[in-house]
Write a protein that binds this ligand. Sequence first.
Ligand SMILES: *Cc1c(COP(=O)(O)O)cnc(C)c1O
Length: 365
Amino acid sequence: MSIEFASLKRTYDLYADEYEEASLRALRSGWYILGNELQSFEEQFAEFTGCRFCVGVGNGQEALILALRALGIGPGDEVITQSNGYIASVLGITENGATPVFVEPDEFFLLNPDEVESHITERTKAILCVHMYGQASDMTKISSIAKKHGLYLIEDCAQSHGAMHVDKMTGSYGDIGCFSFYPTKPIGALGDAGACVTDSEEIADKLRKMRNYGSGKKYVNEIMGTNSRLDEVQAAALQVSLKYFQEGKDARTRIANQYLKGIHNPLVQLPKTASDSGHVWHIFAIRCKEREKLQSWLLEHDIKTAIHYPIPPHLQECYKHLGYQTGDFPIAEKYAMEELSLPIYNGMPDEDVACVINAINEFKG
Ligand SMILES: *Cc1c(COP(=O)(O)O)cnc(C)c1O
């Protein structure tokens, strides 16, 4: 039997009755867009993150695009972000016509606060930090840099639902926190969905209009918006995913601890965790200089893995015009060549975890 990288089916089956009850409730209500289910979910998710407001949108990508737009970030503006991020974060910048300014990540795969200040120019408008793999960035340092230089702070929390830095959750440090509820994420829908959280009533109102054609009152358009709404069936399912978030996090943490304790191979580097940061283990990222060999070795043992991500944004074809070259960000490029993600999901059988550990320990390169 092969060991899957993830099994949405297994996770779904743990809570199938509740997902089906919630979906049916939404289906039978006869109201499918901007209704009670979304309002309930928004209230619950705002409370969960410790923010005053939550605005549901179509997906995580649109949460990022609308967040930057709501803050007035556009052509001529620079946004500082890490060079080892995911393309969607960078698209959140470039879709608004603004320019991404990349900085190297730290040893935790996160935005390195010590790299930020030297990249601030007169054009810098914001810092976009991505809490990679489920671990919170150093928000104490990053927030204070943003404050000192009068920059907006936007958090990409698409992998870090529920991850704490010191005593606050990711998403609650920035002006806006952006979330994806893509099915595989720590809180997932049964389709596409996303949200922005904020403490500012003004920003929340603007986002609410922006997701609905720019209209607060039907057929009255105050700003140019778009259509990016979180539908009622997804909002109903998300209340179930939110309810069981802690259970899922505990399951993944148990697996992560088994990996951290059980994997001993000089060719493999285990992920490091920062002492004041919570980790929700969205992705268990190991590093190996012979990554392709290790991945094939595991596949020979029927173990599926993934790579997050093989090409850093600055080297993507779509960003050729920005003029970056191989060698510009050696740390991010090294991570892209060495990173390998091990299976970790709520519902993963213990014997599968043991098989992964054994196979890695037997890898000789
Ligand atoms: C998944 C993800 C996104 C995009 O979310 P979608 O809902 O798939 O659009 C953005 N940023 C990061 C870091 C992600 O992991």
